[in-house]
Write a new protein. Structure first.
Length: 64
């Protein structure tokens, strides 16, 4: 076994782990931004106007 290659393998693994960590951080940030955008869209929807009595839809008729 060539001992001189152990250092380069260790460096390559370390770089791969760093790259993975950066990729995950970017993905989390993108997901957070999408969640904020979706929340803003949902909040911008108008509230539906209800003209029905408050007791409507409270019971289920199960008689057939």
């Amino acid at each position: 076994m060539d001992i001189s290659s152990v250092g380069s393998i260790s460096a390559a693994v370390s770089q791969a782990q760093t790259g993975d960590a950066v990729g995950i951080a970017v993905l989390k940030k993108a997901i957070d931004l999408q969640a904020q955008g979706a929340l803003q869209l949902i909040e911008s929807l108008p509230q539906p106007a209800t003209n029905s009595p408050p007791n409507l839809g409270q019971g289920v008729n199960t008689f057939a």
